[in-house]
Design a protein around this ligand. Structure first.
Ligand code: IMP
Length: 428
């Protein structure tokens, strides 16, 4: 069972990029299985910041294959920008990157529609990233999407782009928008296709071969469990299956190959965009965590909403993903707080529950347990035993409530600011 899934256990932005980068050391390939350029991960290469939205976080390891799977929606212009930025630094050489010919393309009309719908929704807006994700997945399910493989076939591409633009006409008109010009879209996608062609291929066949050869495959989730289209805080979710189960459909890999699921959670909670957030801290404490944790979106730059650890939501994430282990990130951000609160239950209309509700999360009252904080700088700790006892207790209590062991704990953005890192692949 040589595949391991790394999945966000909250509302995204849990620090999956750093964990995937660390785990890549043990992997032969990293596969991105869902979402699109709505995700964002900042890498620092020789002091230069590169923000990746689509290329898997394994890109820094030259001997690791980076695969963009069939379950993703790919904006070709964004992908090319990332390829250029990485290759400009001597990374992502040769055939390191493989993009599934089955991946759906994000088209200009998808981004247009995403924006028009959000503006038209007023107070009911989702707060999307406006990267065209929802409309691209809608077209996929409606069977009128254009796929990455089509970029290699100009005549097919032209016909599909025309049909797709036609289908968007009435809805764009409904919102008073202006449909992009067919020949402009076609010319630009033909040009993008020419440049991207060498990277596009059959990732399913490649993965099947890699699994036959016992290659170690890291399946990299995007967004997080609570943003999953089926299991998240619907309708305030993204449009793909972010959970670990999505790795099977999104990569094209049988469940039998998955030997572990590592859920990533921050030591507190954040959320961008609209939607319920029971443990949100709206006052000075929330602002303090936002500053200390540099909680601003890598894709949109939006300030993230911040709050206490919600262990009810985390336990739910452990269940729906089948987490075999958790990795806890950004523990250092909580240093200096006198006491820390952990949500251990919800009061719903006077009834206490520890079950994550399917709806009505906006009106639950969180029930907290309070734990003492610590003041010692933990960002230089190199072993779990270097942490102050209160920090260790905090980690242990979260694992206990979530019902899942915590292995890796991250204490800062740097690779060395990590304790408890072990090979995530189960011994075969
Ligand atoms: P969309 O994925 O752009 O359609 O946005 C839907 C919701 O998911 C919004 O609340 C976004 O803020 C949120 N979202 C999408 N991608 C991410 C991410 O990578 N991190 C955190 N939130 C995200």
């Amino acid at each position: 069972m040589p595949a391991v899934v790394v999945v966000g256990a909250q509302w995204g932005d849990e620090g999956k990029g750093k964990v995937v980068d660390l785990f890549t050391h043990y992997a032969d390939a990293v596969v991105r299985y869902a979402g699109g350029a709505n995700a964002g991960h900042t890498l620092v290469v020789e002091g230069v910041k590169i923000v990746l939205h689509l290329v898997p976080s394994g890109a820094l390891h030259s001997d690791t294959k980076c695969v963009i799977g069939p379950g993703t929606v790919v904006d070709p212009a964004v992908l090319l920008e990332e390829i250029d930025a990485l290759q400009g630094r001597g990374l992502l050489a040769g055939d390191q990157l493989l993009v599934s010919n089955r991946a759906q393309l994000v088209l200009p009309q998808h981004k247009l529609l995403d924006g028009l719908r959000e503006e038209g929704a007023g107070d009911a807006a989702i707060g999307t990233t406006r990267r065209g994700i929802g409309p691209a997945y809608e077209d996929k399910i409606a069977r009128r999407g254009v796929r990455a493989g089509d970029l290699k076939h100009p005549r097919r591409l032209r016909a599909k782009l025309e049909a797709n633009l036609d289908s968007c006409g009435p809805i764009v008109a409904h919102f008073g928008g202006e449909l992009p010009d067919l020949s402009e879209v076609t010319d630009s996608y033909l040009a993008l296709g020419q440049r991207l062609s060498p990277f596009i291929g059959d990732t399913s066949a490649w993965l099947a071969g890699a699994l036959r050869d016992d290659a170690r495959i890291l399946l990299e989730g995007a967004q997080g469990t609570l943003l999953d289209i089926d299991h998240g805080t619907y309708p305030y979710v993204t449009s793909s299956n972010a959970i670990a189960g999505g790795a099977c459909t999104g990569a094209g890999i049988g469940p039998v190959h998955i030997g572990g699921v590592v859920g990533i959670t921050k030591a507190y909670t954040t959320r961008v965009g609209a939607g319920p957030f029971p443990t949100e801290l709206s006052g000075g404490l929330g602002e303090h965590i936002r500053k200390a944790g540099a909680e601003f979106g890598a894709t949109t730059g939006r300030p993230r909403r911040c709050g206490w650890m919600d262990a009810v939501a985390l336990r739910y994430a452990v269940h729906v993903n089948g987490c075999t282990e958790l990795a806890l990130t950004k523990l250092d951000v909580l240093t200096g707080l006198d006491e820390l609160r952990v949500c251990v239950g919800y009061d719903i209309d006077g009834v206490e529950t520890s079950t994550f509700p399917y709806d009505g999360l906006g009106s639950v009252i969180p029930i907290y347990e309070t734990l003492p904080g610590w003041t010692k700088d933990i960002s230089t700790a190199r072993d779990l035993s270097d942490l102050p006892i209160n920090a260790r207790n905090y980690v242990e209590r979260i694992a206990e409530i979530a019902g899942c062991p915590i292995g890796l704990v991250s204490l800062g953005p740097d690779r060395v600011q990590t304790v408890g890192l072990t090979d995530p692949f189960p011994a075969s």
